[in-house]
Design a protein around this ligand. Structure first.
Ligand SMILES: N[C@@H](CCC(=O)N[C@@H](CS)C(=O)NCC(=O)O)C(=O)O
Length: 208
């Protein structure tokens, strides 16, 4: 099984965390971060994913793209999983809502980041960029609350939504895309899981 992705992408990292938790053997094939891919890497990506983005999983003849679908593929394929990982398959609807919100918040930060990275003259403010900012904020307000009211779906035990959340938090911190340090429950969440083996193993390198 091959996983194509960059070491910086929070979507790729979520998948890597889940694969590590499920002990799924895989080869990680590194693609440069957006705007820094080589022409060969870009055409490799195009060949496997019409959306031309990472992550992409190739398992013999089966190609799977979109981080969430890849996680589902891994969960289904794993069958049983270590007791330390909350891996119900299919995921419950409350957990799906939590993952949708985390993914929406990530995209609200990664899209402006990629747009400004590809065109230095564009200012990521006002207009629809303002909607992205509001969406991130509203998502974090909601997620902070979910940690209090739905701990069995989010926060109590490490699972898929926790993998997405930790990847989102550390990417936003690294890129200074959104300051979540005032959200008490979220800060506590980060403290609880930041030393987990799968999280440490996939952390974005300092040098990138
Ligand atoms: N919804 C997708 C989002 C993936 C995504 O946005 N990947 C970014 C890296 S963080 C990417 O490859 N972007 C390149 C592009 O948009 O052209 C998923 O969950 O996999």
């Amino acid at each position: 099984m091959k996983l194509y992705g960059s070491v910086t992408s929070p979507f790729v990292r979520s998948v890597r965390i889940v694969a590590n938790e499920l002990r799924v053997e895989h080869e990680f094939i590194e693609i440069g971060p957006f705007g820094k891919e080589t022409p060969e890497q870009r055409s490799l990506l195009k060949e496997h994913n019409p959306l031309i983005r990472v992550p992409v999983l190739v398992d013999n003849d089966q190609v799977v793209f979109e981080s969430r679908i890849i996680c589902n593929y891994l969960l289904e394929r794993a069958g049983s999983c270590p007791a330390s990982f909350r891996a119900q398959y299919p995921l419950s609807f409350p957990e799906e809502n939590i993952i949708s919100t985390i993914q929406g918040a990530i995209e609200s930060c990664t899209i402006p980041f990629m747009i400004t990275r590809s065109d230095a003259d564009i200012k990521a403010e006002g207009g629809y960029f303002e909607r992205f900012r509001q969406r991130t904020q509203a998502s974090f307000d909601w997620l902070n609350k979910q940690l209090a009211v739905r701990p069995s779906y989010f926060g109590n035990k490490f699972g898929v939504s926790e993998a997405f959340m930790i990847a989102a938090l550390e990417w936003m911190q690294k890129r200074q895309a959104f300051d979540w340090s005032e959200y008490e429950k979220i800060v506590d969440f980060h403290h609880r899981f930041l030393d987990r083996e799968s999280v440490v193993k996939t952390r974005i390198p300092e040098t990138v």
